[in-house]
Design a protein around this ligand. Structure first.
Ligand code: SAM
Length: 236
């Protein structure tokens, strides 16, 4: 299946639109069904050799995925500073409060992901992205991934897997009550998703150890770890 990137409806609806709000609720269930929080948390725990101080979530949406990460990882990684970057963040005060209860300090940043990576001061120990990279065509994605690589030592992304099983699953989301926006965007997301080592091919070549492949029943996991970390350099 060839990779095709098309606009998603949720990206163009105003944050307060009721269909957008319902679709964001659907997305929480989709993430749960795909197991994305567990996939990312396991990948991060394996990649980090010591507790990180800072973690950035690119395309953080309503912050619920970050909250799930905080609940899974705050015990081994206490007091982490979490930055939730999104062009149109939709994070409820209750989600920020729930993150704070885990002991992590969350900050919401309204910014384009690539602009943020290019302009932020300093580096993040870890950068994550969930159901975000598939929004970009290969050229824009290569630019974004190079900007991320310049800012961190560990990057992990859980994405839609481009394949028949995920496509069939995306077409069945009406059965669990997902609305028209979610049903449309899910199919578009799978067609724009990833397979093989497509993300590795867009990541900078030298100085990284890369892992990429299927995860769960419909996700595609990419993990990049700076080889400098093996020698004790870096914060993570
Ligand atoms: C499919 S949602 C995923 C949200 C969240 N990561 C999750 O798993 O629930 C994609 C998010 O990316 C954001 N987004 C799209 N393009 C962006 C960009 N260029 N920079 C920052 N955020 C962007 C959208 O606003 C949206 O919240």
């Amino acid at each position: 299946m060839k990779r095709v990137v098309e606009p998603e409806w949720l990206d163009f609806l105003p944050a307060a639109d009721p269909r957008a709000a319902a679709s964001r609720r659907d997305l929480r269930r989709v993430n749960w069904l795909m197991g994305n929080a567990a996939i990312l948390a396991d990948a991060l725990a394996r990649a980090a050799t010591k507790p990180p101080r800072t973690l950035v979530d690119l395309g953080a949406g309503d912050g619920s995925l970050a909250l799930r990460l905080a609940r899974r990882l705050s015990a081994p990684w206490p007091g982490l500073q979490l930055m939730l970057v999104d062009r149109t963040p939709s994070i409820a005060p209750s989600t920020l409060a729930a993150i704070a209860e885990t002991g992590w300090q969350a900050e919401m940043v309204a910014a384009d992901a690539e602009d943020w990576c290019r302009n932020c001061a300093g580096c993040a120990d870890i950068v994550v992205a969930n159901l975000f990279l598939h929004h970009f065509d290969d050229e824009a994605l290569s630019r974004l991934l190079h900007a991320v690589a310049a800012r961190t030592s560990i990057f992990a992304a859980s994405e839609t897997r481009r394949g028949a099983v995920a496509l069939a699953g995306s077409r069945l989301l009406g059965l669990i009550g997902c609305n028209d926006v979610t049903r449309h965007d899910a199919v578009v997301s799978v067609r724009a998703g990833f397979a093989g080592s497509e993300l590795s091919a867009l990541w900078p070549r030298d100085g990284w150890s890369l892992r990429e492949g299927p995860a769960g029943w419909s996700s595609h996991l990419f993990v990049a770890r700076s080889t400098a970390l093996r020698n004790g350099a870096g914060a993570a």
